[in-house]
Write a protein that binds this ligand. Structure first.
Ligand SMILES: Nc1nc2c(c(=O)[nH]1)N[C@H]1C(S)=C(S)[C@@H](COP(=O)(O)OP(=O)(O)OC[C@H]3O[C@@H](n4cnc5c(=O)[nH]c(N)nc54)[C@H](O)[C@@H]3O)O[C@H]1N2
Ligand SMILES: Nc1nc2c(c(=O)[nH]1)N[C@H]1C(S)=C(S)[C@@H](COP(=O)(O)OP(=O)(O)OC[C@H]3O[C@@H](n4cnc5c(=O)[nH]c(N)nc54)[C@H](O)[C@@H]3O)O[C@H]1N2
Ligand code: SF4
Ligand SMILES: [Mo]
Length: 698
């Protein structure tokens, strides 16, 4: 038996795990009590890594689609055929596109290779899961702090008051906030006399352990946030403290905010005025406090506005860059120091004219770029670790668009709702055959830490890691088009160089000397030195955000809200987006793809618990069982995302037994945040009716 210490790569928490193996068999996966950061914490998803390794549905060789069948094909032949088809498509004036999915953010070795593929393809049609996720954070950071990757991180271990808006870390284990063992960290906050407040249209697992939970009408968060800022102002609690000399445009912020009044904000968001004053008093108490917002406020029509207002709240209470507030990290690999600050609007998408953000177009534009004829139409698509048919709004439209492509290549280990459309699927080796470094996640961790995990197993002959597949594909395509061949640098070398080029000056060997992980300490104040704005100030009043507040938000506030049901999503600790559904370990338990509906809304529609209901939006219709629960706010219904494995061609034997339906057959491509292009996945207007079984004719 061999014992391996590793970091779990499945979600952002990066928990330390102990993997015991015998030969190529995984005997057990447990939490690593000696990991200084995760302290033995583990969730059920880590044990699913063993299922991933042994899953019979996992592709082990490249495959080519021939009719309804998949035929094994050699790597070199696959590359050559793909490159030749790209050349033909380009010669005929067709465009190519890439969609990069979420697991790449957990794969340090593949990300430096993706630019090689982009260059070889020479297309501006770059899409990723970032625009159904976190780009609003990045845009706000780019504008306010001068670099899109300057994430302010909640310092939960030292705060006294934390407010979580639209996040459920007890299920998600934290996001844009690497915070393993979050439940114990919340309990420690409460044990030292602090408080947790959760703002969420559902009484989530996190809300259940919070000191206070407020329902909020989906999509109305800017009203609450403006209300909180105004309440601080009214109580004389605006106190940026040592940040004051760094604040540019601070008076402009207040001039814009003071056009609004708290009563109207309270009415619009559904949180009582007295509660807004009470919460503002807590935040402005002078004790360390932090406001944090996630998916519920990022994937909203006001996503960027929400994150701006959250940053302003942390600044106004003097909690930005303060112990126990929202702090900037000092990671082993300083991405901020080694990348550009970010771009927006250098060019625009062909069909709808979306501005580029960070070199990408929004995922809401993907289907139209493929389906709309004309010059520049996308005829070839590469997906890398993504399942956009289930993840981006109006999956049905994308589903049909994909079937019209001349070439589709998916780098994925499964035949999914997305890769089922591919002409070639190029699968990576098993997860334990890869090394791991949390390149993008250590910098957003609640403490500074680093941890390098070598592969547990040697690679089986003939298999490849994602990074090799992407790099070799880039070489083949570049070669076929007569371009210079890209230089391929082994990932460990790149990582070591990035470490050495960072202020801490660590080497990979330094980190490898700590198999349980290297704790680099709590965050320290880093402003103004850390700012990347030219004058080292915080740009508090970005022009487009002030305009969004006084224009689009003001108009929304003045409009009469509809009285229909609004659909939101949810996550469960035993799922991970669309792709752990094939793990027999995780699939156990009651069905999870249900429509949560409040008792009053169910009664009004004559719906009983467990009834099949039809849900209809402007984008589509699905049918699923109802789960009546008072944990959702009246007027709100909740359906998890990541289901819908019953689509044609999907080869996920376990997941197909309970395929569920895709929430993204209901979300709409027309609902997005115009500043960032991020999809608005929450607050979709829907109608819900009981499905009346057809009575068989006598
Ligand atoms: N309605 C609604 N929609 C949502 C969300 C929501 O909250 N509500 N959340 C959004 C968010 S935050 C995200 S991040 C996106 C995710 O969107 P995507 O990234 O498009 O989707 P995933 O479900 O994460 O699918 C990942 C795919 O990668 C494959 N995969 C897993 N590991 C590897 C690997 O190591 N290598 C390779 N090559 N492939 C791998 C899996 O088999 C799977 O097919 O979904 C978004 N969609
Ligand atoms: N177990 C598990 N863990 C995961 C994932 C997973 O699928 N499963 N996915 C990973 C990924 S890719 C990500 S990005 C993270 C996401 O991490 P989180 O953001 O913590 O995850 P969610 O559970 O989507 O939390 C969003 C919350 O917002 C609430 N909400 C919906 N609409 C609104 C609104 O209008 N306003 C407010 N205030 N709240 C609203 C929802 O009810 C939900 O509780 O999780 C990661 N971790
Ligand atoms: S919380 Fe995330 S990192 Fe930790 S064990 Fe679970 S899936 Fe892995
Ligand atoms: Mo995500």
């Amino acid at each position: 038996m061999t014992t391996h210490f590793r970091t779990c790569h499945i979600c952002e928490a990066n928990c330390g795990i102990v993997v015991e193996t015998q030969g190529r068999t995984v005997l057990s996966i447990k939490g690593d009590p000696e990991n200084p950061f995760s302290r033995g914490h583990i969730c059920p998803k880590a044990t699913a890594i063993a299922d991933l390794e042994s899953d019979p549905d996992r592709l082990r060789t490249p495959v080519k689609r021939v009719g309804e069948d998949w035929q094994p094909i050699g790597w070199d032949q696959a590359y050559a055929e793909i490159a030749a088809r790209v050349a033909t498509i380009r010669a005929a004036g067709g465009e190519t596109a890439i969609y990069v999915g979420n697991p790449t953010a957990h794969n340090y070795s593949v990300t430096p290779q993706i630019p090689l593929l982009r260059k070889a393809l020479g297309s501006r049609n770059n899409f990723s899961a970032s625009s159904v996720d976190q780009v609003p954070h990045q845009l706000v950071q780019m504008w306010m702090y001068g670099h899109n990757a300057l994430f302010p991180i909640p310092d939960i271990d030292r705060t006294h008051h934390m407010v979580i808006i639209g996040g459920n870390p007890l299920a998600s284990n934290g996001s844009v906030w690497t915070v393993p063992d979050v439940r114990k960290r919340i309990q420690a906050l409460q044990a030292r006399g602090g408080t947790l407040t959760v703002i969420d249209p559902r009484r989530t697992e996190t809300a259940a352990i919070a000191d206070t939970h407020h329902f909020i009408r989906p999509g109305s968060d800017p009203a609450l946030l403006v209300g909180l800022l105004l309440a601080l102002d009214a109580a004389g609690l605006v106190a940026p403290g040592r940040l004051a000399p760094m604040l540019a445009g601070w008076d402009d912020v207040w001039a814009a905010l003071r056009r609004f009044d708290i009563a109207a904000c309270a009415a619009a968001c559904g949180v009582a005025e007295a509660e807004i004053h009470r919460l503002a008093a807590v935040l402005g108490s002078g004790e360390p406090a932090v406001v944090y917002g996630r998916i519920g406020v990022s994937t909203a029509e006001f996503g960027t506005l929400n994150h701006w207002l959250i940053n302003l709240l942390n600044i106004a209470t003097g909690n930005l860059d303060r112990a126990g507030g929202a702090m900037f990290s000092s990671p082993a690999v300083d991405i901020v120091g080694q990348t550009g600050s970010g771009t927006r609007g250098r060019f625009h998408s062909r069909v709808s004219g979306h501005p580029e953000l960070l070199g990408e177009y929004p995922a809401v534009a993907m289907a139209e770029e493929i389906a709309t004829p004309g010059e520049g139409q996308v005829r070839a698509l590469f997906t890398i670790a993504g399942n956009p048919v289930l993840s981006v709004p109006d999956g049905g439209a994308l589903d049909s668009a994909l079937s019209g492509l001349e070439l589709m290549v998916s780098i994925d280990m499964y035949v999914t709702a997305t890769s089922a459309h591919a002409h070639y699927i190029l699968p990576p080796c098993g997860p334990l055959e890869k090394d791991h470094y949390p390149l993008f996640l250590a910098p957003i961790a609640t403490r500074n830490f680093a941890n390098y995990s070598p592969p547990v197993f040697d690679r089986k002959p003939g298999t490849k890691s994602d990074w090799e597949i992407v790099a070799e594909l880039a070489r083949a395509i570049a070669g076929m088009q007569g371009q210079p061949l890209p230089n391929i640098v082994p990932p460990r070398e790149t990582l070591d160089r990035m470490l050495r080029n960072s202020p801490r000056g660590l080497t990979l060997a330094d980190i490898e000397a700590h198999p349980h992980g290297l704790d680099l300490g709590a965050h320290e104040p880093r402003l103004p030195e850390r700012l990347k704005t030219p004058d080292k100030t915080i740009a508090c009043a970005p022009e487009l955000l002030v305009a969004d507040l006084t224009g689009r938000f003001a108009a929304w506030l003045a409009a009469t809200p509809g009285d229909g049901l609004l659909l939101i999503g949810r996550r469960h600790v035993r799922n991970n987006n669309s792709w752990l559904g094939n793990s027999p370990r995780l699939a156990k338990g009651p069905p999870r793809c249900t429509l949560m509906i409040a008792p009053v809304d169910a009664a009004a529609r004559d719906i009983a618990d467990g009834d099949m209901v039809g849900i209809t939006s402007t984008a589509g219709h699905v049918e699923v069982a109802a789960e009546i629960t008072d944990s959702v706010m009246p007027g709100v219904v909740s359906l998890p995302h990541g289901f819908g494995h019953g689509r044609k061609g999907v080869r996920l034997g376990v997941a197909r037994q309970r395929p569920g339906v895709s929430i993204n057959d209901l979300t709409s491509r027309d609902r997005f945040d115009p500043l960032s292009g991020n999809a608005a996945l929450v607050g979709t207007p829907v109608t819900v009716t009981r499905v009346v079984e057809a009575v068989a004719a006598e």
